[in-house]
Design a protein around this ligand. Structure first.
Ligand code: FAD
Length: 306
């Protein structure tokens, strides 16, 4: 069980940093607490007492979302449910609604935030690979000498390994900025141990942009998690597919490429098999969502993987 003496809900970054300074070494940041509470459950960390919990979900800046033509800005406290409710956001981040659909259940989705997903840095985190496919950058802030200072870095550099990030002591994740990709088709593939409330063993976000005729790939992005210590972009496959035709042969060749990247020591053969199938299925689903012409992919291939 998790207990605390004080639960603080600052309304601004200033208030949050002041609370952090006042309770130095005795606080923990929480957002939706959907990673924090299971961590503190008996049998994992055991009974945990944290003197002060500082809840960042009422900080206006962390809730702010803006959708531009080129970039989308998401406050760190954006709940996963938002990607299902906000059609404008869903249009600009086409893999996120598919990710959100498979993310836990209604209750958890309403609580769980993208900031918590990123900072917890589980190798199984679902939102992180989607955002990496959108070239996401994190915005971090801290207060020193009475002044709030900010820095930015690419999300794939911010996450350094399982449950490890570049977040410094006294720093908060304020938001994420990423490419707006309306017109791309998106897909999200995920597999885990159970049928419901699945925590991913492997997941893959795919984004495909086609030419006006629906036959050639103008842009493609694939980002995978669960095959190594941190999520990664499949750059080699992207380069192979970019400016090439949408075809069963090309997709099959692409699916064979990432198998050697599987670095996880557990269930390696299984993960290799999953990765091959996911790349194929991700490409088919994303290409279809992007408007691929029906004759570009064979019915046999689609029946096997869609
Ligand atoms: C039943 C269940 C099902 C789940 N299913 C999924 C799933 O399908 N996919 C998936 O990816 N995850 C899943 N999770 C895990 C969890 O819901 C997600 O990782 C979620 O996004 C965490 O967000 P949160 O706001 O709840 O994080 P919290 O638990 O509040 O915080 C997690 C960590 O991030 C830190 N933190 C949070 N916000 C900030 C900030 N702004 N700045 C600095 N540090 C911060 C906290 O201090 C803590 O260390 C599931 C969890 C449960 C309990």
């Amino acid at each position: 069980m998790l207990t605390c003496d004080d639960y603080i809900t600052p309304a601004s970054l200033d208030e949050a940093f002041d609370a952090m300074a006042a309770h130095r070494s005795h606080y923990r940041i929480v957002a939706g607490a959907t990673d924090t509470l299971p961590w503190a459950r008996e049998g994992r960390a055991g009974d945990v007492h944290i003197p002060v919990l500082i809840d960042v979900t009422k900080i206006h800046e962390l809730l702010h979302i803006s959708v531009g033509d080129k970039r989308v800005r998401l406050g760190a406290a954006t709940p996963i449910q938002r990607f299902l409710d906000d059609t404008n956001l869903a249009r600009s981040l086409p893999a996120m609604p598919r990710c959100a659909v498979w993310f836990a259940d209604d209750q958890i989705r309403a609580q769980a935030t993208i900031g918590g997903n990123i900072v917890n840095a589980s190798p199984a985190a679902d939102a992180t690979p989607c955002l990496i496919a959108h070239e996401a950058e994190v915005e971090l802030a801290k207060k020193s000498g009475g002044k709030i200072t900010r820095r930015r870095m690419k999300l794939d550099q911010f996450v350094t390994g399982p449950n490890r990030t570049e977040l410094e002591e006294g720093e908060l994740l304020v938001g994420v900025e990423c490419d707006a990709l309306p017109g791309c088709g998106g897909s999200f593939e995920k597999v885990g141990h159970r049928r419901s409330l699945v925590i991913s063993l492997v997941c893959l976000a795919t984004l495909v942009k086609l030419d006006g005729k629906g036959r050639y790939i103008e842009d493609v992005r694939l980002s995978i998690a669960g095959i190594g210590p941190k999520p990664l972009r499949l750059n080699e496959i992207e380069n192979f597919l970019r400016r090439g035709p949408v075809s069963a042969e090309r997709f099959n060749q692409a699916a064979d490429m990432p198998v050697s990247l599987v670095a996880s020591r557990t269930r390696q053969e299984y993960r290799r098999e999953v990765v091959r199938g996911f790349v194929l299925r991700g490409l088919i689903n994303a290409a279809r969502a992007a408007g691929a012409k029906p004759d570009t992919l064979t019915p046999e291939l689609e029946a096997a993987y869609a």
